[in-house]
Design a protein around this ligand. Sequence first.
Ligand SMILES: NC(=O)C1=CN([C@@H]2O[C@H](COP(=O)(O)OP(=O)(O)OC[C@H]3O[C@@H](n4cnc5c(N)ncnc54)[C@H](OP(=O)(O)O)[C@@H]3O)[C@@H](O)[C@H]2O)C=CC1
Ligand SMILES: O=CCCC(=O)O
Length: 382
Amino acid sequence: MSVCLIIQHNITTEQRELQMRLCFKLQSSLSSSSLVADMAMSMRFLYPSPSSFHHHRFSPHTIAISNAAASSSSSSPQVAAVIPTPPPSRVGFLGLGIMGTPMALNLINSGVDVTVWNRTKSKCEPLINLGAKYKSSPEEVAASCDVTFAMLADPQSAADVAFGKQGAANGMGPGKGYVDVSTVDGETSKLINGHIKSTGALFLEAPVSGSKKPAEDGQLIFLTAGDKDLYETVSPFLDIMGKSKFYLGDVGNGAAMKLVVNMIMGSMMASFSEGLLLSEKVGLDPKVLVEVVSQGAINAPMYSTKGPSMIQSLYPTAFPLKHQQKDLRLALGLAESVSQPTPIAAAANELYKVAKSHGLSDQDFSAVIESLKSKFQKSENQ
Ligand SMILES: NC(=O)C1=CN([C@@H]2O[C@H](COP(=O)(O)OP(=O)(O)OC[C@H]3O[C@@H](n4cnc5c(N)ncnc54)[C@H](OP(=O)(O)O)[C@@H]3O)[C@@H](O)[C@H]2O)C=CC1
Ligand SMILES: O=CCCC(=O)O
């Protein structure tokens, strides 16, 4: 026997409730069909009770599912059920900076029901104009949403927003989930995990690789760890915002992976900066250096994207230098915690600190090249 589930969305709430019951009936009568069971389970998460259906904007579509256990006995469907497309959960988004804004925007543009909050309220306006709801605290966002994402600057702000006064934890509870996509250290992530889990909610850390443009293009790479159930539940949202996702196990592993990646990136940028300046000093055209690098084994998109503007001493901000230095500081802490020598990263970190001390914190991290120019070197040596 095979089973056909027809998924539809232009129906009344009463029809949806009927279909939902039918789906669960199917599940119990076809316990050998794991596909049907999986589907019913995921619907159960989205619809804790039949009356909790809410309006959504997903496109209607039809799926035919074969009952693998018994499909050999008949090729035509014997049971047909019409059930609704699972609507998007109500999704909260906290932190609308360089990364948070395009990530939330992609969710909104995909038809997800998004509620936003940002410390500086004016940054919410463009998203509200595009259909986002607004709440005036992380607590209220978490209370009104099924899943809440947070994209904050650093460990302190991530912790404040998660479990400070009017923090998200106050609005969390069983059946909800909190996904922190900020770059923080593992200890902070574990602290947030503890506060969120104590409410009965689930937690996932999911820092991202990729910068402003990949965030705009929905091409981020998620480095997740924590509750696997929440990972499965939010995967459709991660797929809207990103091109790939890794599930890395226990909380702390996502943070560690992100810090290792950014430690490498920070050192690469510092080394590239030295190369650009040296090539110029010895009479080479740094533009040609960028071209040569782009064709060889050490090619990285970062060099050809940022090189041309670095040559003109321009640093339009995609990844703020202060965040790169934060990540190097956290990566060095991680390395120290396991007695791993990281002398290259330590040297790079010093350059970012110099750049910060010269007021370049909010410039792109490629502005680290400035710290190698003679004007900065002189003032450092005085
Ligand atoms: N930019 C990039 O290329 C990437 C950044 N990241 C990481 O993502 C995170 C966000 O980065 P990005 O968007 O670039 O950073 P931004 O500096 O643009 O945004 C930071 C966000 O954090 C908020 N914030 C800062 N301090 C506080 C606080 N004390 N309380 C509440 N909210 C606060 C800001 O609010 P307000 O608007 O009020 O200042 C803003 O929403 C960082 O952890 C960064 O390391 C990860 C991958 C790439
Ligand atoms: O954390 C920032 C990462 C930036 C990038 O991956 O390009």
